[in-house]
Structure formats: C-alpha cells, structure tokens
Design a protein around this ligand. Structure first.
Ligand code: C2E
Ligand code: CA
Ligand code: CA
Length: 279
C-alpha cells in the first residue's frame, strides 16, 4: 500500500522522488530530529461499530520539521533503509505507553482501552525486542494486553524468525494485528501461519463499499475467513456513514477512519476517547 514498489512509486510520486535523491541528507536530519525531540505521536480512535464505543487508539508518528508536519510515508522509507526506523518505533512505543498510562490516570477511555503501535520488520528482527517491550510496559505498570502490535502482512510473512517473535509477544499477553490486509500478495496463503489476533482490512477494500450497489465480495470472503481463523476484523479508512452501515452488516466489529476522527495530537485525541453514539 505504501511506497514499497520501487519504480512505480518514483514514477508517480514526485515528493518521494526528492526523498530518494536526498536520502543521506534526509537520514542525517532524521537522526538529529530524534535527538532534538522533533518527532511526535498522533492518536486515532478505534471504534466499536455496534455501540460507537472507543475501544482503543492507534499511535502514528509525525515529524514536526521547520514548523511543518511531515507524514510518515515521507521519511519512513529512508528510516527503514538506514535502520533508524528502530529508533522511531522505540520512541513511539515509549510515548504511546506513557500516554495510555496518563489517560488511565485521568479515568479516560473504556475499560481495557488499548493502544496500537506499528512495528517495522527491522524492529521485529532485533534480538531482545520482546524483553524491551515488556520492560517498557512493566515500567509504566501496564498489562501487555493493553498493547496491540501492528505488523504488515509483508513483515509477518518475511521470515520464520519474525513469526517466532510474534508468537512470543502473544505468549506474553500482547495482541498482534495484521496491518494493511488485502493489499499484499501473500495474504491468504500466509493467514493460517501468521500468529495474529486482529485483521486490519486496508482502505482499498473499504472504499468500494460506497458504490451503489456495493462491491463487497472480497470483504465478505475475508470476514468469513477471519472468523474461521479466529481473527477479529478491524476496517481501516472508514470515511462515510454508508461504509459504516455496510461494514456493520458484514459483521465487521471495529473500525477507524476520518468518519470518526483523524489522527490527532494527544491533547486533542483526549476529547475523542468516549463513545460516538450520534452515528
Ligand atoms: P497504517 O498503519 O496503515 O496507518 C493508517 C494510515 O491511514 C495513517 O496514515 C492514517 O492517518 C491514515 N488514515 C486513517 N484513517 C483514514 C481515512 O479515513 N482516510 C484516509 N485517506 N486515511 C486514513 P499515516 O499516519 O500517514 O501513516 C502512514 C503509515 O506509516 C502507517 O500506515 C504505518 O504503516 C506507518 N507508520 C506510522 N507510524 C509508524 C511508526 O511509529 N512506526 C512504523 N514502523 N510505521 C509507522
Ligand atoms: Ca497500523
Ligand atoms: Ca493499515
């Protein structure tokens, strides 16, 4: 879904083209940014479709560079190729866990409100990752069940070592979500082998629900397959009321998207942690 496709991405994304040409400079700037505290975390609520209750949030990194807010797609490819993404992931994990603890202390969110954190394949390949995550949770006094580890199906399918790490995280009580599901190639073949709890259905599969009549054959099949595999389905990129209604009809339990809220800074997200009953 993202900028993984080499030639295609460069051909269609002039902004990315620049990023590729200046990648050493960009990497150096990012390294400084990590030290200077220029990275921030935004939060997007995850909503239970039937009740409108907010069951959690997803933590999404942002770079405040010279006053402008740089989205992750513009610096994560470079962060990934240089390995800096490990520091980015670690920063976001620490910040998100701290935020959840702060919200808990204020009595915000529903019982067991969780935070979803994106883990790159680089992070998952690191020795000691599981212990590090447990230490961060332990220091904050948070139960591992409060963390949803989000990995792309591409990352999860990449190696047996990554899958073993996911197994271990789950054995310690964390939940694992397969991110961007339905946009890769290996989807169905790997679904049974990947240790996961949640299937995050990518926006391209949600978009056609707006058509009249809706084209929902793939989504329908995925929901059935997920149920067979014991996975909960979470729809991403929900922007319209019609999509929400149809997802509910298909048996999708949770969703996130602009219909409910854009990703927001912690202070603004704070006011969005209660239910969306008006929908
Ligand atoms: P993702 O994990 O699939 O995150 C969802 C993306 O969809 C976010 O983009 C979010 O802002 C956007 N989104 C949410 N709802 C809607 C909607 O209704 N409509 C539309 N058009 N977009 C919506 P964002 O924040 O730009 O992040 C892009 C990607 O960067 C993320 O995709 C994730 O793969 C990656 N990422 C973000 N933070 C981190 C991080 O801390 N570590 C790592 N490794 N990757 C991260
Ligand atoms: Ca994600
Ligand atoms: Ca996603």
């Amino acid at each position: 879904a993202k900028s993984h496709g080499g030639g295609r991405a460069v051909a269609h994304r002039p902004d990315l083209d620049t990023a590729v040409l200046t990648s050493p400079a960009l990497a150096a700037r990012l390294e400084q940014a990590l030290d200077a505290g220029e990275l921030e975390v935004f939060y997007q609520p995850v909503v239970e479709l039937a009740s409108g209750a907010v069951t959690g949030t997803e933590a999404l990194v942002r770079w405040r560079r010279d006053g402008a807010l740089v989205p992750p797609d513009e610096f994560l490819p470079v962060a990934h190729s240089t390995g800096l993404v490990v520091q980015v992931d670690r920063f976001v994990l620490q910040r998100a866990v701290g935020q959840l603890t702060a919200w808990d202390a204020e009595g915000l969110g529903t019982e067991g409100h969780y935070v979803g954190v994106n883990f790159s394949v680089r992070s998952l390949e690191r020795r000691g990752l599981v212990e590090e995550v447990l230490a961060v949770l332990g220091a904050a006094g948070l139960s591992p069940a409060r963390l949803l580890v989000e990995v792309t199906e591409e990352a999860a399918a990449s190696s047996a070592a990554v899958r073993a790490t996911l197994e271990r995280l789950r054995a310690h009580g964390m939940r694992v979500a397969l991110d961007d599901f339905g946009t890769g190639y290996s989807s169905l073949a790997y679904l049974e082998q990947i240790p996961a709890d949640v299937l995050k259905v990518a926006k391209p599969l949600v978009d056609p629900l707006d058509a009249e009549p809706a084209t929902d054959h793939v989504l329908r099949a995925l929901v059935a397959l997920a149920a067979d595999c014991g996975l909960e389905v979470l729809a991403e990129g929900v922007e319209t009321e019609r999509q929400r209604r149809r997802l509910l009809g298909l048996g999708v339990s949770r969703a996130q998207g602009y219909l409910f809220s854009r990703p927001l800074p912690a202070e603004e997200a704070r006011g969005r942690l209660t239910a969306y009953p008006e929908l």
